[in-house]
Design a protein around this ligand. Sequence first.
Ligand SMILES: [Cu+2]
Length: 209
Amino acid sequence: MKNILIGFAIAATGLAACNNSSNQTADTKQGDAKSDTAMATHQQVKQVTNDTAGTGSTPVTSVVKFPANELITGYLQLKNALAKDNSKDAAAAGNTIVATLAKVDIKSLSDKQTNGYRDIADDMKEHGEHIGANAGKIDHQREHFEMLSKDMADFIKTFGNGGQTLYKDFCPMVNDGKGAIWISEVKEIKNPYLGSQMPDCGTVKETIK
Ligand SMILES: [Cu+2]
């Protein structure tokens, strides 16, 4: 009887692997330390925007024009291309992300924002460039996408979701068994790491409204 129970336990663990078990450490690890600063920066963004709008004396051109939406859109295009195993479109989206980052007028951000942004943007740029330069090497693109997705999650925490509901998804089967997250605009799972091999592997871990 004991053996049977152990057998069940093992089977249950195996099944849970594609669902929810292994990522809890990942989420908690990433969470608390960062969220305080992230929230603070986010508040700051709002405040600055309001101030600028309020003073009236500020010329329209100096209003913070931060392409948060464009960056998110570029990332989502990349994510969808990878989910379709389309390395060429993924490369194009990687280049779009790099081009969008180049448009950011860093002088329009406050010092505090600039620091938060620089860390994320430098990293994003590097991954965008590698993805753009590696059409035809989808495995390599996916490695960079894994790191870019963490940047994107940080970016959204800091600068918001651009007004659209987003989902933070997790697949425990990739990244040498460590699992990986991605950001999606649809609730349905479409795995960008495994593509057609296992399109629906993963779960929604967080809804970002
Ligand atoms: Cu690379």
